[in-house]
Design a protein around this ligand. Structure first.
Ligand SMILES: Cc1cc2nc3c(=O)[nH]c(=O)nc-3n(C[C@H](O)[C@H](O)[C@H](O)COP(=O)(O)O)c2cc1C
Length: 173
């Protein structure tokens, strides 16, 4: 099994999380792709994908994802299994926490992807987020906060990777 992990990262936090996720799955399984350097057309090489994004500037997309947004709206993600993770700051930007994760989730669903890896929203404090499921019980992907909860990130990543593996196993069985 190969998983293509595509991420955009302005100050390297999403990139460091990508490397940790790769370590957990193993580098024979997860291939890292910084979208600053690669085309999203390369998602076609994988059945399983992980997308990583940070939120910037009061609920805006990370800049490399923003530059690929049009391309993303044109790629076919039907039959792809996609898990998402996001980086945000729940105290500094409490009204826009992880908004870009929610925007990326919406577009992947619109492009036909089957999304997995939803994550409970307990243990966070924020006023609003576009990254919540409709019933507001979960984030639509793993929510990491290196600004305020960096000590929890490793455990969250380990647990989430395990969850993603179990969800994939269920789908392909
Ligand atoms: C100027 C600025 C604006 C930000 N805006 C938001 C925001 O609107 N929502 C949020 O959840 N986090 C916001 N953040 C926090 C970043 O998402 C967080 O620092 C993240 O770890 C950056 O990841 P990256 O270095 O991979 O891009 C902001 C950070 C900065 C410095």
């Amino acid at each position: 099994m190969k998983i293509g992990l595509f991420y955009g990262s302005t100050t390297c936090y999403t990139e460091i999380a990508a490397e940790k996720i790769q370590q957990v799955f193993g580098d024979e399984i997860v291939e890292l792709n910084n979208i600053k350097d690669v085309s999203l057309a390369q998602t076609a090489d994988y059945d399983f994908l992980i997308f990583g994004i940070s939120t910037w500037d009061y609920g805006e997309l990370q800049e490399d994802w923003e530059s690929h947004w049009q391309e993303l709206a044109e790629i076919d993600l039907t039959n792809k299994i996609i898990a998402l993770y996001g980086m945000g700051d729940q105290i500094g930007y409490t009204e826009w926490f992880q908004d870009a994760l929610g925007m990326l989730h919406n577009v992947t669903v619109e492009q036909g992807a089957h999304t997995i890896g939803y994550w409970p929203n307990q243990g966070y404090e924020f006023d609003a987020s576009k990254a919540l499921t409709e019933d507001e019980s979960q984030f639509v992907g793993l929510a990491l906060d290196e600004d305020n909860q960096y000590e929890q990130s490793e455990q969250r990543i380990n647990q989430w990777c395990q969850q993603v593996l179990e969800e994939i196993a269920e789908i392909i069985s």
